[in-house]
Design a protein around this ligand. Structure first.
Ligand code: ZN
Length: 418
């Protein structure tokens, strides 16, 4: 398969996250082709040297970028919370926040949650996202957390391209095509109503994690480390237990106050620390030392009218910064990675080049996939987006236009034209 007549091919390069100013280094090829075999890129070159092929997709002069990677979502939930949203916009408090979604998830069947969530994922894919991380965390008891993780598993089977599944005990392969879904166990999202926190932490460590491990339902473990949720010591204990259960580590850190989640991420050598609106200088140093990816979620700051994470400071300090949507029913309903790139440029003063790296290669690194996707290079999976734009600098300029300018989304070499 050959993609021809790419007007401008734009990509970061490498199999590791780019740190600091290296995030600005994009490879730009005017008038290019991409040759794909068995779902992988085998060759990229100037259009005048393109080989002959039977199966051709004509990009008609559009811009080609790597498929976008969303490394932080809570995309599997049930029911909506518009009352809470509108009250918050009026400066009023309303509802029970996360616990409202917990009630809805506990009442809903696996099938209901599956159908409710799937429509969002299909739309995210149409908007150029080809890999998405999804967390549990609206169950908050063993059965409900496992129910959410099983829904994520079913979505993986329905939507993931034919890549090797997590080690499934029944040996069943995954079919379908399109989106790659990365499952994260986030039982420590909040403390459920009517349960003592210490008892809930024991339930996570002694009941949930062994089952998550036995049923191979997650690749990462995540903890909401914030004042009023889980302290540094509690987060450390749960994250260590996640590691023992074979999970990679992620952490919701320093979103509401400078509690020290970034420092903890460094200490535990977590793969990523996310949010970081109130990260301290010591937190930045600890993350840099340990090579932790900073996942910034500007859609949440936008939706809450909060201050944005200090992206410039983190990049100048040499951190690898990634972008995610944080798509969830309470604090951010935006699921477009193009909108995140625009916010990064408009609100966090990132350059367009940094934003593109943050939404592709660095986001892939935040879900441990930088070796196989996140850039357009031979050997990587052929995940790419063709944009009806003149050049990549128009991406943040045409803020909110992605429904128009995403011309085609190609997942593992399969074209889903818009
Ligand atoms: Zn989150």
């Amino acid at each position: 398969m050959l993609i021809t007549n790419i007007g401008q091919l734009v990509t970061p390069q490498g199999i590791r996250p780019l740190r600091g100013h290296a995030m600005r280094k994009l490879t730009v090829i005017q008038s290019a082709y991409i040759q794909i075999e068995q779902g992988k890129i085998v060759r990229i070159g100037p259009m005048k040297e393109a080989p002959h092929a039977k199966n051709v997709f004509d990009a008609q002069g559009g811009v080609a970028i790597p498929g976008l990677v969303d490394p932080h979502t809570h995309a599997v939930f049930y029911g909506t919370r518009e009352g809470e949203f509108l009250a918050r916009c009026q400066g009023e408090k309303y509802g029970k926040g996360i616990l409202t979604s917990v009630e809805r998830v506990r009442e809903a069947s696996e099938d209901q949650i599956y159908e409710f969530s799937k429509k969002f994922l299909l739309e995210m894919m149409r908007l150029g996202t080809t890999t998405i991380e999804i967390k549990s965390g609206y169950g908050l008891d063993t059965e409900s957390e496992l129910k959410l993780l099983r829904v994520i598993q079913r979505l993986r089977e329905a939507l993931t391209p034919a890549t090797p599944p997590l080690s499934r005990s029944d040996g069943r392969g995954v079919g379908g095509e399109g989106l790659e879904i990365v499952p994260t166990f986030c039982g420590a999202h909040a403390v459920p109503a009517g349960v003592e926190k210490s008892r809930y932490i024991r339930e996570i460590i002694e009941e949930m994690l062994p089952r998550v491990q036995r049923e191979a339902l997650a690749e990462f473990g995540d903890v909401f480390c914030e004042q009023g949720f889980f302290s540094i010591d509690e987060s450390r204990e749960m994250l260590r237990a996640c590691r023992v259960a074979g999970l990679g580590l992620k952490i919701h850190a320093d979103e509401l106050s400078p509690l020290g989640g970034a420092e903890l991420a460094g200490e535990l050598q977590a793969l990523s620390a996310d949010h970081l609106l109130h990260i301290s200088d010591r937190g930045i140093a600890a993350m840099k030392e340990a090579g932790v990816v900073a996942v910034l979620l500007p859609g949440t700051a936008f939706s809450l009218n909060a201050a944005y994470a200090p992206a410039r400071k983190m990049i100048e300090a040499g951190l690898a910064v990634a972008l995610g949507t944080d798509f969830n029913p309470g604090t951010c309903l935006i699921y477009s990675m193009f909108f995140m790139m625009a916010l990064a440029v408009l609100k966090m003063k990132m350059t367009v080049e940094e934003a593109l790296t943050a939404a592709t290669l660095n986001a892939a690194a935040a879900v441990r996939r930088a070796e196989k996707l996140g850039s357009l290079e031979p050997g990587k999976r052929a995940d790419l987006v063709i944009l009806d734009l003149e050049n990549y600098k128009q991406i943040p300029y045409f803020i909110g236009h992605e429904g128009r300018f995403v011309r085609a989304v190609i997942c593992a070499g399969r074209v889903g034209a818009n």
